[in-house]
Structure formats: C-alpha cells, structure tokens
Design a protein around this ligand. Structure first.
Ligand code: CP
Ligand code: NVA
Length: 306
C-alpha cells in the first residue's frame, strides 16, 4: 500500500544491505559524539508497540534512540486503543502521522505484516512467532566481532526451530556461513526457511543429532524451548527436547566454540548455568550488540548516517 522500507525479517535486506547495516553499526559504536553535537536522528521519534514482555528489545531501542539524538515512545499492551479493539490498520495509519518509524513486538507475524501494509513509515519487527531479525543483526555483529568475517565460520543451532532460529538461519546463509540446525523432527525451522536460505551463498543443513551439529563448530547457539505464547505446549515440548540441552558434555565436541543465546535463558532447561557463565559464552556481547546493530538499522532505514 505504501513504499516505506520495512524490516519484517532479515531477508527484507539484500546481503549487501545487511553488510552495510553491520558496517554502519560498527561505525556508530566507535563514534564518540561530543554532547553539544546533535545526533543523526535529532527530532526523530520511534514508536514501540509491545504485545509481549521485553527487556533487551525495549531498552536497546529506547537507549539507542537517545544515543542517536532522537526519542522513543513505549506503547505497551494496555497503553493504546488496540487493547480496546481499534484495528491494527487504523493504529498503523495514525502512528505513521506522528513517528518516523514503528518497532513492534506482536504474537502473530500476520499482524506485523498488516501494520507494515498500512504504515507510511518503516516498520521494524521486534519479534513475532516466526521471526526475530533484530536479534539476527546483533548475532551476526557478534560473530563478526569474534571471527572477523563469516565465510569460514561454521555455526550450529541446537534446540527449538523457533523465531530466533528461523531468522538466524536465513541471515547465516546471507553472509555465507555454514549452519547446521539440530532440532527434534517436529520442531524444525520449516521448509520455507530452508528454501529462503538456499537462495544465498551459505548453507543450512538439518539434523536431529545435536552431537553431529556441534562437532567442531565455531559457534553454538540455543534459545528457550518454550517461547512466549507457547506456555500451553510446555509439558509436550520439554519431553521432545530431552537430549538437546547445551551442557559441557555436548560442548566437549566443539572445544573452540563460542556459545550464543539471545536471552532470556532458562538455565537448567536448554542451557546449563555453567555454560552461560563460562568464558566461551558471548551472550552479553550479543545483548550489547542489540543496541549497536539496531542503531545501524535505524540509520539505514531512516537514511541518516552519522
Ligand atoms: N533477546 C530478546 O529479544 O530479549 P527481550 O525479550 O528481553 O527483548
Ligand atoms: N524464542 C523466544 C525469544 C525471546 C527473545 C520467544 O519468542 O519467547
């Protein structure tokens, strides 16, 4: 309906644009701006719609906008007329008249697609049931920080083929990494993701064997087994993921691997406390990089490089 540039999943960027966003992120991270110098997003506002809880996404976007000289408005589930039934398409058109971009965390991916269809400003996906592309930007920035580039990096995903896994798989292929995804067969990333990943330079392969996936990997990534909105499936999922925990035993097959988790972690379920706290864990770098990566994205989408 409009030609605003949206970021609903990682492959809304081309591989070249993805590298550009990461490069702007690194430049902005290294920029020390004197306090009297206006930031590149001065007088710009980001609307942030949340249907579900968040620590990192909310605070990294809000602090990022402050650092860039702009402003962010937090709109929780009880803060807008959406809670009283105002349609998303109306909310989207009204918000577009006030703010320069909208970031939204919603349950149903179709809802963010509807928001974007009616928005005249960029819409950024802050997590849906199907995708978490802002997390992927931060993950790729973290891998780039650790290994310099992507092309000789092999990564493994172990656990649920969820929103985080799906965007990470496509993003990995876009930058030329080789990723093996180990999930129980019923909880894979989905053939749509494998088809999209196959368009790019890297490779994504699947297995049900966590040991095969992690053996000699450079980076091993996991996330919770029960995502927000799946609480009713908890008992069934915990049974299905028996054997997929990221623990020292499994990691003994990847002695040089860094360990990734988007957080929040459920220690004792998908990952052990020891592993989160170990020297190979890069989870805090990932969390910090959320802000830097998103700053790069905001500057890219709003065409306001520093
Ligand atoms: N990783 C992530 O998106 O964390 P939050 O749920 O805290 O935003
Ligand atoms: N897969 C998790 C990620 C949270 C950041 C969820 O959707 O709850």
């Amino acid at each position: 309906m409009t030609d605003a540039r949206h970021f609903l999943d990682i492959d809304d960027l081309t591989p070249e644009e993805l590298r550009t966003v990461l490069s702007i992120a690194r430049e902005e991270r290294a920029t020390e701006r004197p306090s009297e110098t206006p930031g590149p997003l001065e007088r710009r506002t980001l609307g942030m719609l949340f249907e579900k809880p968040s620590t990192r996404t909310r605070v990294s976007f809000e602090a990022g906008m402050t650092n860039l000289g702009g402003h962010a408005v937090f709109l929780g589930p009880d803060d807008t007329q959406l809670g009283r039934g105002e349609p998303l398409k109306d909310t989207s058109r009204a918000l577009s008249r006030y703010v320069d971009a909208v970031m939204a965390r919603v349950f149903d991916h179709e809802d963010i697609a509807e928001l974007a269809a009616y928005a005249t400003v960029p819409v950024i996906n802050g997590l849906t049931d199907l995708a978490h592309p802002c997390q992927t930007l931060a993950d790729l920035l973290t891998i780039q920080d650790t290994y310099g580039d992507f092309r000789n990096v092999t990564a493994a995903w172990v656990g649920d083929g969820n929103n985080v896994a799906r965007s990470f798989a496509v993003g990995s292929a876009m930058v030329g990494m080789d990723l093996t995804v180990a999930t129980p067969p019923a909880y894979g990333v989905g053939s749509d993701v494998l088809d999209r990943a196959a368009e790019y330079e890297g490779s994504v392969s699947t297995t049900a064997d966590p040991v095969a996936a992690v053996t000699d990997a450079d980076a091993v990534y996991t996330d919770v087994w029960v995502s927000m909105g799946q609480e009713d499936e908890r008992a069934e999922k915990l049974g299905a993921f028996d054997g997929y925990q990221l623990d020292e035993d499994l990691l003994s097959h990847a002695p040089a691997a860094s360990v990734m988790h988007c957080l929040p972690a459920h220690r004792g379920e998908e990952i052990t406390d020891d592993v989160v706290e170990s020297s190979r864990s890069v989870v805090w770098q990932q969390a910090e990089n959320r802000m830097h990566a998103q700053n790069g994205l905001l500057l890219f989408l709003l065409d306001a490089e520093s």
